[in-house]
Design a protein around this ligand. Sequence first.
Ligand SMILES: [Ca+2]
Ligand SMILES: [Ca+2]
Ligand SMILES: [Ca+2]
Ligand SMILES: [Ca+2]
Length: 327
Amino acid sequence: MVSRLFLVAAFSLLIVTCALADGTPAGTDITSQATINYTITGTGYTELSNTVTTSVAEVLDLSLVWQDAAPVEVQPGTVAQALAFRLTNTGNGSDGYNLAGQSTLGGDDFDPVLGNIHLDTNGNGRFDPGLDELYIPGGNDPVLAADAFTLLFLLNDIPSNATVNQLGASMLSAASNTGVGAPGTVFTGAGENGLDAVVGTNGGQGDGQGSYRIVALSAQVAILKSAVVVDPFGGSQPVAGATITYQLSVIATGTGSTNGVVVSDAIPLNTSYNPGTLMLDGTPVTDAVDGDQGDMGGTTPGAITVSLGDVAVGGPGKTITFTVTID
Ligand SMILES: [Ca+2]
Ligand SMILES: [Ca+2]
Ligand SMILES: [Ca+2]
Ligand SMILES: [Ca+2]
């Protein structure tokens, strides 16, 4: 009889171990009753053990995965640029999560400037300013049922001194509000319906890292050309010997700023450039290729070339003038 009881106890212990396997919802009752068949001097007997009931503990865990397929393309100086992350409750009970961002990471080219976290309140998978709720730690922590997921957006501003093709990383992290720690750490009574909560293999926390890539500015440069003719007779007829003064007005539109704007303009056929007439914003620019911003024929054969550098969006623009004479 002693050995029979030992068998019953051993069998029950095996069931308890299995009850902790991953995936079964927290609070599920695992009920076990052992049956022993045995024979004594040729007669068969059957005995049932007592019933052992074990409620599955709550496992605390999550995964956080960056969702953008590639670094998000951004322009220097822009604000509130979103990275998307998917938070999944990989535990087996309902849990809430605290979120935090981190943007001073190494291994990249620049540090984005950490902004807010937003929830995908309207559930469309995109960040919608004004519609997707601002995350407030401890105020609207996402709460997810077992295996449920939600999208989150981590916003950053992009430094204005970042340059094309540079990468900047930013990380979102989430932690179980019930508890974090070494896998297997037990929070007594903190789980579903007062059951114990057990930290899962990821430690009840996780993070995902995304990145931005700087792309060329979207500002556009427009150029407007006009001509004033003065003929040898004091009129404005385009006859041989008349001069034509061309004016090129360069302005920038759109957003951001412009870098390295270079204007070249070919001297028209049947005209000759009048040496020393090239001007930028009313200031003479030498015809030679030298330290100033322009030249005639040196950079581009048969054309004036002027390097304007940065033309400010919304600014007054730049004005280039030069004069030719009709042959
Ligand atoms: Ca819970
Ligand atoms: Ca960085
Ligand atoms: Ca949305
Ligand atoms: Ca020059």
